[in-house]
Design a protein around this ligand. Structure first.
Ligand SMILES: Cc1cc2nc3c(=O)[nH]c(=O)nc-3n(C[C@H](O)[C@H](O)[C@H](O)COP(=O)(O)OP(=O)(O)OC[C@H]3O[C@@H](n4cnc5c(N)ncnc54)[C@H](O)[C@@H]3O)c2cc1C
Length: 638
């Protein structure tokens, strides 16, 4: 085959590889912040493809979507246009874990995002495969495509998902492939290896898609959407959605189903040993579940529609790497699927990812300037995790080109901060998915206050629009005014007041109390106290809920704020990127090696590195103090 003839294909400020969940956010962020941007992707038909579950959100993930929205990202707006069912999870628990989870119409989700990308000024959307990264010394300068296009850029963002050296497994069968029959990206990995960037093999899996008419729903529990739809985007707050929601259904595997799995384990790719990649602990395949939880004779299976114009059904909870024949046999043993007709097989996919500890918290590579990574390629798993990283990589590549400091969200500012800090400080050996339990300050990082935490920042960096900023300002002011009003409105111990309190199941007043104090009582609420608060303004539900949460959890939030102040003190103790930890006496060897590898940006980040002990941190603090004094002495000796 003759040598590929290269040609000059164009120059951009930012080039983003991959128009998946990460790349779309990265491309939009850079373009909206004024960068001439190219979004290159292998197939325009797989823009924000939902290769796995047809839903956005859920615990931890819903928080990420709200934060992406608050900063000026697109995911929340896109799903508010294309959802087919909406549910608020964990409403019986505290507000920290309330999580919106919505079912998407996959085809419309793709179409709407493609439209947004096509309409975006400064953004060129192009089908093509990147095969080589072009460097100018240690600085990225462009990419080469499979068709010979040489593109130049100031910054490059890789968001290649599960495509790099993608390989699909179904039992004894495996072959090079991207997800869902798409072409794999087989050449770019070598370019990363040539740069000395270590790659690891990760794996994930997806269940079969089956025909709706072949399912017997009579044995299943219906799972309808919420009557009152809560939007993901701040920009849609208070809007009513005229969407006829479609239900999901809950069914179960059976002992017969588990028997087929146990009898055929030797034919599952995961157990044949062909797959070297590590899979996600929190999205295990059905064979993994049956092996790991062998005491259980049934597992939940959720029947989820993939859209309104398709009969394809996603069978959540039964992803598998079995051969097709075994898949069909075991699916037919799931309640209600006795006559199931397959439309797409389940499969496992293995792909190349990088060890994200080679990245700074801006998602820029430590050694190669202006080279950024986001999404599944960083070892995360999930549309929301990818979108959050893509957004931050797009923002930071732009700020870098503008010569401004990167935007680093720390663990007390957002789940995005937790996500990126975990990936670049600790790394991951398996696909990393976000959960509320990963966030130590989760009472502060609720999904209901993402705008109050982040929109000011999104506006300052030039991404959040003026319209969004005004919506946020208005909301913030309403909340603050209502808080002050409740704090300043005193209720006095009159007989009719105490009668009302008794009727509400609360204790009568002995002395005057503010409405705020009354709302703090567990048995009372902002809404139930309406009878005692006749002059109250007519506020939208989300404001009322916000004020009530802030009042009821005031003590806990204050306590957490004190912990956050402590945390920030250590985050502020910056560490020099070129620090030679090998030369610091008193540090243990393991700590020296880890510190040299991770190059933490602060004492706080250093303290989160696995293998760096509190004693090592003390040694570092003493060393920094010594250095500070030496410098002071030198300056005083001037
Ligand atoms: C089989 C399967 C099962 C999954 N299961 C789960 C799960 O259970 N739970 C969960 O949370 N997530 C799961 N996911 C993951 C979820 O799909 C991803 O996390 C998410 O799509 C990652 O987004 P991304 O932007 O990183 O990459 P993707 O959305 O995969 O997008 C990558 C894009 O990059 C393009 N591309 C790649 N290489 C090149 C190149 N060289 N040149 C040009 N374009 C390129 C591709 O065409 C694609 O459009 C699964 C994914 C798959 C495939």
């Amino acid at each position: 085959m003759s040598e590929l003839k290269q040609y000059e294909a164009g120059s951009y400020d930012v080039i983003v590889i991959g128009a998946g969940h990460g790349g779309s956010e990265a491309g939009l962020a850079a373009a909206r912040m004024g960068m001439k941007t190219l979004l290159l992707t292998m197939s325009l038909n797989s823009i924000v493809a939902m290769d796995c579950n047809p839903n956005i959100g859920g615990t931890g993930k819903g928080h990420l979507v709200r934060e992406i929205d608050a900063l000026g990202g697109e995911m929340a707006l896109n799903i508010d246009k294309t959802f087919i069912q909406s549910r608020m999870l964990n409403t019986s628990k505290g507000p920290a874990v309330h999580s919106l989870r919505v079912q998407a119409d996959k085809r419309r989700y793709h179409e709407e995002m493609k439209k947004v990308l096509e309409d975006e000024k400064n953004l060129d959307l192009r089908q093509g495969e990147a095969i080589k990264i072009i460097m100018d010394g240690k600085k990225v300068s462009g990419i080469l495509t499979k068709t010979g296009g040489l593109y130049h850029c100031k910054a490059l963002i890789l968001c290649t998902g599960t495509y790099l050296k993608g390989r699909v497994y179904m039992g004894e069968l495996n072959y090079p492939s991207g997800p869902d029959g798409m072409q794999p990206a087989n050449e770019l990995s070598q370019s990363l290896i040539d740069l000395g960037i270590p790659l690891m093999r990760l794996k994930t899996g997806t269940p079969a898609r089956v025909h709706r008419d072949s399912i017997d729903f009579s044995h299943m529990e219906i799972q309808p959407g919420d009557e009152e739809v809560v939007p993901f985007s701040l920009m849609n707050t208070g809007k009513t959605f005229d969407v006829e929601q479609v239900p999901c259904y809950l069914t179960y595997t059976t002992p017969e189903c588990h028997k087929i799995i146990q009898e055929n384990l030797h034919r599952a790719a995961m157990y044949i040993g062909d797959i070297e990649g590590t899979g996600p602990r929190y999205c295990p395949s059905i064979e993994d579940k049956v092996v790991r939880f062998s005491d259980r004779d049934s597992h939940q299976v959720f029947i989820e529609p993939e859209g309104k114009t398709t009969k394809e059904i996603y069978v959540q909870g039964v992803s598998s790497s079995f051969p097709e024949e075994v898949q069909i046999e075991l699916y037919k043993k799931i309640k209600g699927l006795e006559n199931v007709e397959f439309m797409r097989d389940a499969y496992a996919i293995e792909y190349d990812a990088i060890d994200a500890t080679v990245l700074k918290r801006s998602l820029e590579h430590m050694e190669y300037e202006n080279l950024y990574f986001a999404g599944q390629i960083n070892g995360s798993s999930g549309y929301e995790e990818a979108a959050a990283q893509g957004l931050m990589a797009g923002i930071n590549a732009t700020l870098k080109i503008k010569g401004e400091d990167p935007l680093i969200l720390d663990r007390s500012q957002g789940y995005i901060g937790v996500l990126i800090d975990d990936l670049v400080t600790k790394g991951t050996k398996e696909p990393y998915r976000m959960m509320t339990s990963r966030a130590e300050y989760r009472l502060t990082l609720r999904q209901d206050n993402a705008d109050l935490r982040l929109t000011e920042i999104g506006y300052k960096i030039g991404l959040a629009t003026e319209e969004r900023y005004q919506v946020y300002k208005k909301r913030k002011t309403s909340i603050e005014n209502e808080w002050k009003r409740l704090d300043g409105t005193m209720i006095h111990p009159k007989s009719e007041v105490n009668q009302i309190l008794e009727d509400l199941g609360s204790t009568p007043l002995k002395t005057s109390l503010s409405l705020k104090e009354l709302i703090r009582r567990p048995e009372l609420s902002y809404d139930s106290l309406k009878v005692l608060d006749l002059d109250r303004p007519n506020l939208p539900k989300d404001i009322r809920q916000q004020v009530e949460t802030q009042i009821k959890y005031e003590g806990y939030i204050k306590k957490q704020q004190m912990q956050i102040n402590q945390f920030k003190k250590l985050e502020k103790r910056k560490l020099d990127f070129n620090m030679d930890y090998m030369a610091i006496g008193g540090l243990r060897n393991e700590a020296k090696e880890k510190l040299m590898k991770i190059k933490p940006e602060s004492i706080g980040q250093a303290s989160r590195i696995t293998g760096v002990s509190p004693a090592d941190i003390n040694v570092l603090l003493i060393y920094l103090e010594q250095k500070r004094r030496e410098k002071e002495d030198e300056e005083s000796l001037g």
